[in-house]
Design a protein around this ligand. Structure first.
Ligand code: ADP
Ligand code: MG
Length: 268
């Protein structure tokens, strides 16, 4: 499926699906990520927890190529996301073209849905598969209808986002991300903007996706029961660093660090 094997991509390419290698992200003088290292294996479901403002969204936005690293390297599937190979074999900052190629592997769902308001539900889901993947309209629409069935919105194909509830809009956003058949799905507090009565339905949908597909999930959430249910690995993150990580039973049941205990007692 991929033209390059990890070994072709770079001599020291890691086997992990995602690896942050000494990643630094600064906004001006403000260091948000400070030599951040972590890895996600193929098919793994990883949840990122931690206080507001600690840089969780920045991690996802870097992966989505909406931000560029200040230093360090992000690897995706054995290829450097933030960099590309120069003529001398070394790594140099990635060009837009390189980024476009590699970001097809990654989909993201945002807290605020970010649907295209002037398009129907169907158009929202088919736009990128047609314009980015080059799918024919018929195939893209068939894929969209299957996904709308999965998210329980088959009757909303022709609706506009403003005609939908927040929960329905977020289901469309999930379908839109899945329509690109990403290898990695990034979820950034996807239920935080929903009315309380709509949260459970969206979380149930995500549980189903987590359990019934082999997609790799990297998920930022304050829904700790959901995190416990779906995660293989939970990472507690603060001030630019992973403070501790491990199985949900360990992080929620017997955390090692005082900072983790404080955080969990505040949110649980
Ligand atoms: P979290 O998602 O954990 O709440 P964020 O990644 O959104 O945290 O933000 C981490 C820090 O980076 C915050 O202090 C935030 O103000 C800052 N930040 C994020 N994006 C930008 C930006 N585009 N310009 C300047 N500062 C930013
Ligand atoms: Mg955030």
């Amino acid at each position: 499926m991929h033209k390059t094997t990890p070994r072709d991509a770079a001599p020291d390419a890691p086997a992990d699906l995602v690896r942050f290698d000494h990643v630094v992200k600064r906004f001006g003088d403000h260091v948000v990520l400070d030599q951040l290292d972590f890895a996600v294996q193929r098919g793994e479901h990883v949840t990122l927890i931690g206080p507001s403002g600690s840089g969780k969204t920045t991690i996802l936005r870097l992966l989505m190529t909406l931000e560029r690293v200040s230093d360090g390297v992000i690897w995706v599937d054995g290829e450097p996301l933030s960099h590309m190979r120069g003529p001398d074999g070394g790594l140099k900052p990635a060009t837009e073209k390189h980024l476009r190629g590699i970001r097809k592997k990654i989909g993201m769902v945002f807290q605020q849905f970010n649907l295209f308001p002037n398009m129907t539900v169907l158009q929202n889901i088919t736009e990128a598969p047609i314009s980015v993947l080059g799918l024919g309209r018929e195939e893209a629409e068939q894929r969209a209808r299957e996904l709308l069935d999965l998210v329980g919105l088959s009757d909303k194909v022709g609706a506009h986002p403003s005609q939908l509830s927040g929960g329905q809009q977020q289901r469309v956003a999930i379908a839109r991300a899945l329509a690109m058949r990403p290898e990695i799905l990034l979820l950034d507090e996807v239920t935080s903007a929903l009315d309380p009565e709509l949260v459970a339905g969206v979380l149930d949908l995500l549980r189903e996706i987590a359990h019934s597909t082999d997609i790799t999930l990297l998920c930022v959430t304050h829904e700790m029961n959901f995190a416990r249910d779906i995660s293989d690995q939970v990472m507690m993150f603060d001030s630019g660093h992973v403070i501790e990580s491990g199985a949900p039973e360990k992080i929620f049941g017997d955390p090692e660090h005082e900072r983790t205990r404080e955080f969990l007692s505040a949110v649980l």
